[in-house]
Design a protein around this ligand. Structure first.
Ligand SMILES: [Zn+2]
Length: 127
């Protein structure tokens, strides 16, 4: 059972009250006449969760990224060499990506998206 932070009495439900700028958990008798702080707990918990979501967005690479890259390149009539030059990558990197042996970096994926309108990463949106 939690204890009142003012008198030390044990009580089931303690009320957060504001006393001289500090928030203390008080029993019902100590809380009488004091200013109750109803939003104390929710205010303490919310910022941490929101911050984490904004700092770590999750992206998911398309399963068939290799095929998508190859098809897009061929549809534009570009050779591997020409495609590599356009996205500022080496020929071997493009070959590996098309073979599914190398995952495109976020930077490369963004270039491909801008130049060819091919979206390789989907952002996972959370509720
Ligand atoms: Zn008390």
């Amino acid at each position: 059972m939690p204890e009142c932070e003012i008198c030390g009495r044990k009580e089931d439900k303690l009320v957060p009250v504001s006393i001289e700028g500090a928030v203390l958990l008080a029993c019902s008798s100590c809380a009488r006449g004091k200013t109750p702080v109803k939003t104390y707990f929710t205010e303490m918990k919310k910022p941490a969760i929101v911050k984490k979501k904004r700092e770590e967005p999750e992206y998911e690479l398309a399963d068939d990224y290799a095929e998508k890259i190859k098809k897009t390149r061929q549809a534009k009539g570009l050779s591997v060499e020409e495609f590599a030059k356009k996205i500022s990558e080496s020929v071997s990197v493009v070959r590996k990506m098309e073979a599914g042996k190398m995952i495109p970096t976020m930077k490369t994926a963004q270039k491909i998206r801008h130049l060819f309108g091919l979206k390789l990463y989907e952002r996972i949106e959370e509720e």
